[in-house]
Design a protein around this ligand. Sequence first.
Ligand code: FES
Length: 142
Amino acid sequence: MALYSEKVMDHFRNPRNVGVIENASGVGEVGNAKCGDIMTMYLQIENDIIVDVKFETFGCGSAIASSSMATELIKGKPISEALQLTNKAVAEALDGLPAHKLHCSVLAEEAIKSALRDYYDKNGIAYDASLFPAEHCCEDCH
Ligand code: FES
C-alpha cells in the first residue's frame, strides 16, 4: 500500500484555498516546535458563518494536505461546527495519514481554533476557554 492516500497527494499537489485574506475576521498561526513547520489560517466570518477561509503553510506535505482539507471542511459552515473539527476528522477525510504524520493534522485543527479565538477576542465575544486547550502540536512536543 502506498504510504500516502490519493487524497493526500491530491491536496498536497493542488492545495485548495491557499492564500491570505486581508482584514480577516480571525487569524491563527501555529507552529510545530519539533519540525519547525508553521501554519496560518485566515477566516472571514459573517453572521457566525465562515464565508471564506484561506491558509498558508510552510511545512511538510502532510501539513499542506491537512490544511487544505481542513479549509474545505469548514468553508460555508457555522462557527459551532468549525469548533468541533478534530484532527482525526481531517485525517479521516484524507483517507488516513501515516501514524508518524498524524501530528501534522493536529496543526490544522489548532490553526482553525486559534483563528476562531482571535475572532472572539477581536470582537469582545465571551467564550468558554476550555474550547481552546493550551496550544501544542503533538504528543512529542509536550
Ligand atoms: Fe511538521 Fe508535518 S512534519 S507538520
